[in-house]
Design a binder for this molecule. Structure first.
Ligand code: NAD
Length: 365
């Protein structure tokens, strides 16, 4: 996107912001009428960015990998060559704010450890860029609310990397939540865990992760219960179990929780760093849906009481990136908004609170 005029900015206000930015703000907002491709800068060149997101851009129609932000000069050299990224689109964590002056970057995609999301989303918003942020969007409800508020204030979009919202198995589960095929949802089992023994990694450090497997993968189970019912839970009860305190030092090892929905539907979930599980079972008034694997990059696999779930196997990150670009370019509501991420953060916080109070019911506000 190369032309950024005040007129473009005023057009972008129809994204839903009812206020003006200070006159001296550097404005790199997008004029969707003149553009069909968004230029994205990835912040944090770790495992997910390297193995899933960057290769996805070879297949996207609506967006391009245009910039990188990294603290590792050696990685930068490799990425520059591999993805043909010019020096002027390369930043480190210190000079990142300079991206405000770069009209070649439309969207900043934050793929850093969880506790860094808040800072970098807010810096990106202040630079006038739309933001995609990985899940979990933050490490607290307060942070998530601040991120949403700052993006609104800056007149930029905030989207969370919920890739499943853009893939067909998940969209079918959302459709079934309406009850036409199997009736209402009565009961759900949704669990996600993996064996993580890497005590040195940021995922095992509360300060950088904000929590254990609940933050990392339990969030998928929470999100699944919400899209399978189409409801928001009233309250939550939770229990935490630690069998190896020397490995899981300052994070939880295994969390079990129950979400209680207004319709009477109840879910039971487990997330853990001490065992492999990845499944979703939805019991409807008539029939069931069962998926395993249910949340990873695929191929996802499932069946209902009517037969196999026969949906195309797609590259989740391509569908998500193109979907998000389309939402930005055409000013459509997001399938994976900041508010969607905030709702999961509220439930995560309530789960930790309930577990710390011996399983007491905690209301979700
Ligand atoms: P990773 O450890 O592989 O990468 C993290 C990156 O952050 C690295 O490049 C590292 O150098 C950089 N970094 C900067 N400051 C750091 C610090 N103080 N400590 C540690 N690393 C630091 O992690 P990842 O698996 O790529 O996860 C990154 C984010 O992406 C997380 O929020 C995670 O939840 C999310 N994620 C999402 C999916 C998905 O399917 N949506 C999958 C994997 C990860």
């Amino acid at each position: 996107m190369n032309t950024h005029t005040r007129r473009d900015f005023l057009q972008s206000l129809s994204l839903g912001t009812a206020f003006l930015l200070p006159q001296n703000r550097i404005l790199n907002t997008i004029n969707p009428k003149n553009n069909t491709v968004l230029n994205i800068a990835l912040v944090g060149l770790g495992s997910y960015a390297t193995h899933q997101l960057a290769p996805a851009f070879a297949h996207t129609k609506n967006c391009k990998l245009a910039g990188i932000v990294s603290g590792s000069p050696s990685k930068v050299e490799i990425w520059k060559k591999k993805y043909n990224i010019p020096d002027k689109n390369v930043y480190n964590y210190s000079n990142f704010d300079e991206i405000a002056h770069n009209p070649d970057i439309d969207v900043v995609y934050v793929v850093l450890p969880n506790a860094m999301h808040h800072e970098f989303v807010i810096r990106a918003a202040k630079a006038g860029k739309h933001v995609i942020c990985e899940k979990p969007m933050a490490v607290s409800v307060k942070e998530a609310q601040e991120m949403i508020a700052e993006c609104k204030k800056a007149g930029v979009r905030l989207m969370i990397g919920y890739r499943l919202h853009y893939e067909p198995f998940t969209q079918e589960i959302m459709r079934l939540s309406k009850g036409q095929d199997h009736g209402k949802v009565k009961f759900i089992e949704a669990s996600f865990g993996w064996r993580n023994r890497d005590t040195k990694a940021w995922r095992m450090q509360q300060k950088l992760s904000g929590g254990g497997a609940l933050m990392d993968v339990g969030i998928y189970a929470i999100n699944a219960c919400r899209y399978a019912t189409g409801e928001e839970p009233n309250f939550v009860t939770a229990q935490s179990v630690k069998t190896e305190p020397s490995v899981y030092i300052d994070i939880e090892e295994t969390m079990m929780w129950q979400l209680h929905f207004p319709s009477g539907a109840i879910s039971q979930s487990t997330s853990t760093y001490n065992g492999n599980i990845q499944r979703l079972f939805v019991s409807y008034e008539q029939g069931f849906l069962e998926m395993s694997p249910a949340y990873d990059y695929g191929p996802l696999k499932g069946r209902t009481s009517k037969g196999a779930m026969d949906f195309p196997v797609i590259y989740h990150q391509v569908a998500m990136l193109d979907g998000m670009a389309e939402e930005i370019l055409h000013k459509l509501p997001s399938k994976a908004s900041g508010e969607e991420g905030l709702q999961d953060m509220k439930i995560i916080e309530a789960i930790y609170q309930s577990a710390s109070q011996g399983g007491a019911p905690i209301k979700i506000s």
